[in-house]
Design a protein around this ligand. Structure first.
Ligand code: ZN
Length: 131
């Protein structure tokens, strides 16, 4: 069973191998970033000049490396939005915090919301998506 992360705008596959590849921008720097496909794992890989631009508590802008669309979640501007496609399942919505150092990820599967990360409880999961 393969988890495929997909851009909600162009439906392009964001994890051609294992890691999720996005474009990240902070301050005036921009670069490729690799994220773990495991929800709740906030390790990432990027080049050092981009790393230097990350600051605790500041938001990072993520965009799709294919269509360049800003992945900021509609209605939740502190979060970025991806889709997760798993064979035999309806697409799930993934939202993760854009604030550097804030560890919160939500996976929405129909009416079910699953949260991951130390800071997820700071957000009200039930009202979070206005569902
Ligand atoms: Zn895209």
């Amino acid at each position: 069973m393969k988890n495929t992360f997909v851009c909600p705008h162009c439906q392009g596959v964001l994890n051609p191998n294992v890691k999720i590849l996005l474009v990240a921008a902070a301050k005036r720097r921009k670069g490729m970033i690799l994220l773990s496909p495991q929800p709740g794992n906030y390790k990432y890989i990027c080049d050092s000049s981009l790393q230097d631009a990350f600051q605790e508590g500041k938001t990072i802008t993520f965009s799709c490396p294919m269509c360049a669309t800003d992945l900021t979640a509609e209605g939740n501007p502190k979060f970025a939005h991806l889709e997760l496609h798993v064979t035999g399942h309806k697409p799930r919505q993934i939202e993760f915090s854009r604030v550097f150092g804030a560890h919160a990820t939500f996976i929405v599967d129909g009416n079910d919301v699953t949260s991951f990360g130390d800071d997820a409880e700071d957000f009200d999961g039930t009202n979070f998506f206005g569902a």
